[in-house]
Design a protein around this ligand. Sequence first.
Ligand code: SF4
Length: 749
Amino acid sequence: MKVIVITPPVIQLNSPYPSGAYLCSFFKNQKDECTWKDLNISLFYKIFSASGLETLFSLTEKKAMEMADFAVSKDDKNTAFNLRRYICTKQNWINWIDFIVAILCGKMREKEHEFLFSPFAPRGSRMENFLASLNREPTVDDVRFLCSYALADLADYITAVFDKDFSLVRYAESLCVDERDFLQIQNQMDSPVLKVFYEQVLQENLVFEQNEIPDIVCISVPFAGTFLPALYTASFIKKKYQNKIFVTMGGGFVNTQLRETTEPQFSKFIDAFSFDRGYGSYIELKKHFKDIKNQNFFRPLYKLQLFYDDKTILPLWKDEKISKIENKLTADIMPDYQDIDFSIYPRVCDDLNPMHRIWNDGSWIKAYLAHGCYWHKCAFCDTQLDYVCGYKIVQTESLFFRLLETANSKNVYGIHFVDEALPPKALKKFALLNAQNGNKLYFWGNVRFEKTFTKDFAAFLSYCGFGGASAGLEIATENGLKTINKGTDIYSIISACAAFKEAGILVHAYMIYGFWNDTPQTIINSMETLRQFFESGLLDSAFWHKFVLTKNSQVFFEWKNGHHKDLFPIQNQNKKSLFADMNMHFKGEQNFDRFSIPLENALNSWMHGKNLQTKVQKWFDFQIPAPTIPKDFVETQIQKYLDKNEQIKIEEDDKDIFWLGSKPVVSQHKTSFTIKWFYLQEDFQETFKQQDFASYKNFDFQKDFLTLFDFLSPCAGTDLHENAVKRIKTSASFKNAFNKLHQKGLVIF
Ligand code: SF4
């Protein structure tokens, strides 16, 4: 079969979204001919290029000038100035746009000097604000920021004058979350960016010679901000090829928001929804393809919802046999990035915060170590859905070698793991493989802040290339964590963050406020603890989300079974939503709206190292109780963490031992040896007496002792390492000697 997998716009620009890599690999694995087309990046170049901007300005010049005149009449000089500047300097923008994008792709260093200093380079208000915020003369090293703000300035122009639904990272998102009427969605498909620019992208990518027409086009819809362009894509295919091409939609947005949709109008655009991982449903589709295509198959199929002209065949949600095959495939399928040219993805940098930078400023190869979450019990999370509860680990070794091969062939050595929560055991294995194979990959992703991430384990991970951890802290109080069934406690969270930070690993925390059982006191306590996290340097960044009750959450599931008497969900009385009402309202939720701005403002300051001493109540313009968290709460926990680490010793249990220090140099004295080495940028030394090893006959310090350091390195082979560990654990002299090196280069975990 011929299959095309499509990533529709508009999503993050710096890296391709990974679902295409997995789906393409799956079809190839099934011996199908499969191509992946990332139309997100294609649309970006269609707009943000010299010819794109020529079209844009020619279509908008008149309107922009009219809007400027109108702004003057309203005494809004600033808007008028900006709009007129875009138009008067449009040729500068057209001349520069290809260079701006090239600079963001890591090319054209020489043009960076010109872009910074030339008075003929374009400027927009975001660029100027950035330059003003520097409080120093800008240097050429600021130019990538300047270019990122240039894109944002152009995006502002597009939103203001051409298409209100456009942004650099999403398209018409609000429409696709709130809209209940399919007609409204269809009308919106006429929107300017789609008609003028995206239509051209589709003409270039989805018009086929007779012998090249694919059998199936799979459109992956990860977020609400890609749904309208996805529908436009489907509509384009159907208009051109009617039933010659079978069009499917799947991905995160379909899995959550379209799970219960029976809207018959979908049949005008698509033939099927593929739910959850997709592998099982596509196996079923392929098996019965002929009959399904002829609308002649009426039995429900595993996770495949069929849209025929006059009816919808709902999916079969459970099938043990297929789900077993799907689990096996989940473990075996490795992402395939063959169709992707990473060099054309702009690495945008628009924030000085190092953790924020890592998200966008790098063209990451995205992959996951496990499908689903190994905990899958948090009360607020979609634990009833496969992407959380369908936990299945992938084959770590195969994944590592596939990613290394991709890195070598694409010249991109950064891996962003998009797991719900990286399983520590698999993470250790991946890290070790990386060290054993030259430590070429740098990788980061979501974890759970839990006690497994000790100081020693974090140092090991950092040594092996792990550079960033994001995780849900959610509510930073002991009771709060219990209520949401986070499965970890505040001490474990603090110690995991401390361990990561000590090891040079960037840390981001996701926070939630407005839980059904929150009070001003619980929120202010959580906020105060978060302040102390930043004050103690445990976090690089964080983000506050407002709690959203979903139909697939653990708490709603438990509420239906008679628990959580303090939760009062409001069942939707309106007409059935197109987007299936997965998000629910509950009594009292609006009471928390007033918290959002103060929480956000405080956090923004803390992330940039400001106002850390300001009392948390001061951020609110309404009465709020003082926090009941002791001022030194986090510091006390950090001390506990430090003390606990001191006590770790090599025991004859299943703990692993690694040497992360530099190779020691040795000075021999009459009856002793001194070794010197570096660890975590500090120098250390230790002296051992010959008599410490008196139980060994003909003991050779160099041969018998120092070689162990090489074998204990994560870079050593597994057999050598295991032998060395065994040797140490079974010898009292070696155990004593190496215990002295703990926290100085030796890690035990
Ligand atoms: S919130 Fe995170 S850790 Fe909790 S169940 Fe969901 S994915 Fe797992």
